[in-house]
Design a protein. Sequence first.
Length: 579
Amino acid sequence: MPYAGRLCKGFAFALIPAVLSACAGHGAAQIPASGRTPSGKTTATLKIVIPKTKATLATRRAPRYVSPATQSMTVLVTQHTGGATVLNETVGLTPTSTGCTSTLTSTNCTLQLPLGPGTYDVTLSTYDGYNAANGTATGNVLSSGQTIDFTVVAGQANAISVTLSGIPASIAVWSNAKGVRGTQNSGFTQYATPAQKFTVAALDADQNIIIGPGAPTFTIAQASGSGFTITNPTTTSPNTFSLAGLGTSGNTESFTATAAYSDSTCSTAGAVCSTTFSVTNVVQTLFVSNNTGNSVTVYAGPYGTPTTTITNGTNAPEGLATDSSGDLFVALNSIAYAGVYAPPYTGNPIHAGPNGYYSTQSVLVGPDNRLFIVGGIYAVTVTPPYTQTASTITGSGGGLRQPSLDANGNLFIPDQNHNNVQEYAPPYTSGPALTITNGVTAPQQTLIDPSGNLFVLNNNAQVTEYAPPYTGSPTLVGSTSPYASVMAMDSDANLFIGYFTNSVSVYAKPYTGSPTVTITNGINDPDALAFDDAGDLFVANFGNNSVTEYAPPYTGSPVVTITNGVSGPANWGLAFYPH
């Protein structure tokens, strides 16, 4: 009985009212009675349930491999073992096929096999096509050669149970982890130091996931390179593995994912049971602007000791930003320029923007590497290589602070002294397209979420939210006390608000309720918030000259506390590269 062990695992192909006695280890699989039929009217019953949607690892509640693409099945019954063929036919498994009914979620088919008493072998194969005119199976083979021996007993209701394993046409690897980017074909990039989860699955010829009983087990092995530690799938998480223990930034390693079946599925024609994929480790560089320390410290990871300390022209630096080439932009408060520092950040800066104005406080880089420079009374923009004359957006502000861009390139600038937020449309030469005043009080920072909603951090302890087109009344976000000092949004659109009273609160959509998490451990007068590409939160704490890192879900102690090289961290004074 080569398949008895697999049959005892559960139902994968047929939903039946009884369990084969083969599971107890008694000779051939005798099918017990679940109600008798008239003497001499002997049949064996095979019930098939075909789902109507593709299997996904996240949503499949009762996993079993019957592909939703199944249209037909061949049934070969022989005398046990290796005897003469007693039945060889193809049946349709479509909603209109004989013996089949359709529901919203599945097609249910019952096949009666006219067999006399005796012991038999039945071999099943499924296909994604069916020619009803001549009764032949067509298209791709979705499962093949699944065989079980069984005994038909006269006068009993004989039900056959069999677990199918689909033929893998490909092996798919993907990741939904925050710290992983890329695809199996292009290669993955992993930005995180902690272990990141990946998913591996076999796909049939119609790209349906083969999971549950009858599915393969997987092993992940190094194919080339070194620097990653593999945690292989387990019996409780058969499609999940993780990679950790990252090496030097830029290190690339290749891995092989191999599927293993308990039968000869991988020897079937067309079966693909392994794939190779690559992962590149990227350790992001962290930049910290030290306002009172007159420097910018550079940490290439692990974050602890600065790899570089920039002091050339960094008197009283404020906000930071980076572009796609790794250039670092520093708001140079004392000389009303933005300093542009090229890697490795040891040379003289380029001065971008106009001189003669007081107090450059923030910088912002757009998707096209366009640089926005915002000072107390002016805002300008300049494109790479940042050496040409800047284009003035406005020169009549009064305490302009941290701006933001929406998906269409519209620029939102808070004006502290005039209690408004000004919106400028590309190419930013025609004055404000909109001036928002309703609910705006001494605004310090703006932020746009993925849906285009505008958030304004006001200096009266409020964060207000405006829905497009921003002409209506705002919604109050979070608490009116304590005073909010800075805000940021992660890749899942959760809003993080730092408060002067040594806390950071996390608000989920719709942002009107209580915070989901309040972080206090290590927080001391937060002046800047930023996220690395693993989703870790970094907080620049002005009150104790530190930068603290928190891993999702942000409920524990800091992962890292950086104090070496941190001196009076500035507003909006955290940045990463690459990002």
